[in-house]
Design a protein around this ligand. Structure first.
Ligand code: NAD
Length: 384
């Protein structure tokens, strides 16, 4: 019987919700490209419940314990003597979410001789050392597409929020003000602006599709070019490299995975090539941008705004400079963990576990590392 460690974020400070804001979730049949939603044999939760925090347990306890497995759920993942470190030595599976990532470093992996699988309940497995996982023949799987649309919606919200100066205007209301000039002195329309996405995978393309009705000019840079029919349908401008794209864009949104080609991509030099007064929305990964260069660009006015939900490390320390930098619209890492997304990735995690324990193949689209190398969607989106 297997031992499974599930690392989740803490419950709400006032405890688990007793009643939810809405009674149900809309039914989504398939994703935009035809991929099927998760297909577990069963689920032991009500879609719409808080599943991603410790007491929610991703709805897995009944299933796992019913099959005789041991499930440890904890938010204790960092620092000396974390529950994760204490329990890892005989664990077979580690599950965590990018919002509260269990950093599965080479060192941790070397201390877990029985480890066979690391599951990302969400999308983006950069918190696992993929080379170390390959070397130890550990499967890495994630729930591809489960929250891509959730993130795309968040990106559109943040672009509009920054460009229209929403958050500072809201704060004038809270401060009992009616300071219209203060609100609008930094407020613009997105209509006619040029927006570009770094990567047009599931999220990047969904962002472009959602921005099209705002009459923005759409650009993208991706190492895989989209079909000509999609480029024509959306009137997309493809750029051969990121520099070429950022210098013509008013808004740049970052939607690529974090790997060695994309780490620190937005450094001071690249930020300096952007149009003065451009905006960046990054919901991909914090390490894709240079933390201090972003602060400097906001302070100098090179950037008019920066928003996103991804930081490094996570949780972000209280003295992280992005908390207090000017003209930002940051949230904690939440875009991919709406209650809607949680229902999908909890079901997808269950599907992956059922496949693993029943000896059935895990869907190719869920695989990042398998049989000692990048596999499935991982082979397309990550680099060796
Ligand atoms: P995806 O696999 O559909 O798309 C990734 C795209 O990135 C692919 O089109 C690939 O060709 C492109 N790409 C990879 N390396 C590149 C490079 N060096 N230069 C240009 N393009 C490159 O994945 P997705 O569902 O769109 O998710 C993308 C990323 O967003 C994830 O890897 C994750 O880091 C992040 N994400 C964040 C959240 C959140 O809650 N904030 C949720 C889901 C995903």
């Amino acid at each position: 019987m297997a031992k499974i460690i599930c690392v989740l974020y803490d419950d709400p400070i006032d405890g688990m919700p007793k009643i939810y804001a809405r009674d149900d979730l809309p039914k989504v049949e398939t994703y935009a490209d035809g991929q099927k939603l998760p297909t577990p044999n069963g689920i032991d939760f009500q879609p719409g419940e808080l599943l991603g925090s410790v007491s929610g347990e991703l709805g897995l306890r009944k299933y796992l314990e019913g099959h005789g497995h041991e499930l440890i759920v904890t938010s204790s993942k960092d620092g000396e003597d974390s529950v994760l470190d204490r329990e890892l030595h005989d664990a077979e599976i580690v599950i965590s979410q990018p919002f509260w990532p269990a950093y599965m470093t080479a060192e941790r992996i070397s201390k877990a001789p029985k480890l066979k699988m690391i599951v990302t309940a969400g999308i983006g497995s950069d918190h696992t050392d993929l080379a170390a996982a390959s070397n130890h023949n550990i499967t890495v799987a994630e729930v591809t597409y489960c929250n891509s649309i959730s993130v795309a919606e968040h990106v559109v919200m943040m672009i509009l929020g920054l460009v229209r100066n929403y958050i500072p205007s809201y704060q004038w209301v809270i401060k009992d003000g009616w300071n219209i000039a203060d609100c609008v002195a930094r407020s613009y329309d997105v209509e006619g602006m040029h927006v570009g996405t770094v990567a047009a995978g599931r999220i990047g393309l969904a962002v472009l599709r959602r921005l099209k009705p705002f009459d923005m000019h759409l650009h993208y840079f991706d190492r895989h070019r989209l079909p000509v029919s999609v480029e024509q349908e959306l009137n997309l401008h493809w750029h051969p490299n990121v520099e070429d794209m950022v210098k013509v864009c008013d808004v740049v949104t970052i939607n690529c995975p974090l790997h060695h080609e994309t780490e620190n991509l937005f450094d001071a030099a690249l930020l300096g090539k952007m149009k003065r007064g451009a905006y960046i929305v990054n919901t991909a990964r914090g390490k894709i941008v240079d933390r201090d260069a972003v602060v400097a660009a906001l302070e100098s006015g090179q950037l008019a705004g920066y928003a996103g939900d991804v930081w490094y490390p996570q949780p972000a320390p209280v003295d992280h400079p992005w908390r207090k930098m000017p003209h930002h619209g940051m949230t904690p890492h939440i875009s991919g963990t709406s209650l809607s997304a949680q229902a999908r990735y909890a079901a997808g995690t269950r599907e992956i576990l059922e496949c693993y324990f029943e000896g059935r193949p895990i869907r190719d689209e869920y695989l990042i590392v398998d049989k000692g190398g990048l596999a499935g969607v991982g082979a397309r989106s990550y680099s060796k």
